[in-house]
Write a protein of this length. Structure first.
Length: 393
């Protein structure tokens, strides 16, 4: 699955899923479906794919001013390409009489490939990756600009800026070596019910950039159940009176809820204070309201295999929320094995705000048990635009 081969089709395509990521800050786990998207808007959320694509394309434009890029019309890519100062050659135009859907992504990727793209950047999450893989022929490489809620697949760059840097290298070199990466997706209905079950959908070719692409999410093995319980007990022991703790999603944080004796939201953000649940499954706006005027901490864990703390599935813990918490916003809990599995690579933050990401970079304490912890390095994912930066692959 790690086979590397050289692709020599230098042209670049860009496809943006206009609604990707809208469900994250709203606390809706994913963004699939009209009903979910309407509810996200009602909760004050907005899609972030165009903004994330703009960051990636700005890096590409800086390296290759005036580059012509193959893309789809309007919000499906053309708008972001033109905003970056690049030339947009529209090779697919969606039906204006209806809202865009997954088949538009598939057709747009196929059209870019048919017009000569060797690499197609797509902005979205795992659902968008699945649609892109459906449209990409085997000889075309894909690279995700992370902009969704679910990003378990291995075909994403670690940050939008890293995606732009890979694309710039692709253009400069007339193509790059590629490797196979897993495209995973989940049933969002099951995910909201607390039963995440990522399934392998396809294998896609991605540029072989260890420094700038992420691994697929690794599950927590059953044998680690006791280690997770001990790490959770350590997190509970570290909680201070009067502080409002925002418990993020994930199996380790579900164990923290169990240690507290509360019924948590497996894939949402809950707020506890003095051992009691005071708000359940909050959105970004609700979190901001709940912590206003109160000392607070965000409790997060490490995504196995990837190393992300923020920016993957916990977008309710937005830059605004992290900023409102203050200078020391995170309480991190993980098993020692999860840290060992990173082989020294740093933990990653990708909130969407470089200022916040850089503020969080450095070293922090990771609670691994009731009386044990590790000091571990943290890096802004955007730092992977520079040579030699580390990520999780």
């Amino acid at each position: 699955m790690s086979t590397v081969r050289q692709l020599r089709r230098p042209a670049i395509g860009v496809v943006v899923n206009p609604v990707a990521g809208i469900g994250g800050p709203a606390g809706l786990v994913g963004s699939d479906g009209d009903a979910v998207q309407r509810e996200a808007v009602a909760r004050g959320a907005h899609a972030r794919a165009a903004d994330r694509a703009a960051v990636a394309l700005a890096v590409l434009a800086d390296a290759h001013p005036g580059l012509e890029v193959l893309t789809a019309g309007g919000a499906l890519g053309e708008d972001a390409v033109r905003a970056a100062g690049l030339l947009a050659r529209v090779v697919y135009t969606p039906d204006a009489s209806r809202a865009t859907a997954g088949d538009d992504t598939m057709r747009a990727v196929a059209a870019c490939a048919a017009d000569g793209a060797g690499l197609v950047l797509f902005a979205g999450g795992d659902g968008t990756a699945r649609d892109a893989a459906s449209g990409a022929p085997p000889e075309v490489a894909l690279l995700g600009i992370p902009a969704g809620v679910k990003m378990y697949s291995g075909c994403f760059a670690v940050s939008p800026a890293a995606a732009g840097a890979i694309a710039a290298d692709w253009q400069s070199s007339g193509g790059l070596s590629t490797r196979e990466a897993e495209v995973l997706d989940l049933d969002e209905a099951l995910l909201r019910a607390g039963r995440p079950d990522p399934r392998l959908f396809a294998l896609a070719r991605v540029p072989a950039s260890r420094e700038r692409t992420q691994a697929r999410k690794a599950p927590t093995p059953t044998s680690e159940a006791d280690a997770v319980r001990l790490a959770a007990a350590g997190a509970v022991a570290a909680m201070q009176p009067g502080v409002r703790y925002l418990l993020g999603p994930g199996g380790t944080l579900a164990a923290v809820s169990r240690e507290l004796g509360i019924q948590g939201t497996p894939l949402g953000v809950d707020i506890v204070q003095d051992g009691a649940l005071i708000a359940r499954d909050v959105s970004e706006k609700q979190a901001l309201s709940a912590i206003a005027g109160h000392p607070a901490k965000a409790v997060v864990t490490v995504i196995g295999g990837q190393g992300f703390l923020l920016g993957r599935g916990n977008q309710q813990l937005s830059p605004a929320v992290v900023d409102a918490i203050g200078p020391d916003p995170l309480l991190v809990v993980a098993t020692e094995q999860k840290l060992l599995d990173l082989s020294g690579r740093p933990l990653l933050v990708d909130t969407g705000d470089p200022r916040i990401d850089e503020r969080l970079a450095g070293h922090l304490r990771v609670i691994t048990g009731p009386s044990s912890s590790s000091i571990y390095p943290v890096s802004a994912a955007s730092a992977a635009t520079t040579e030699g930066a580390h990520t999780c692959v």
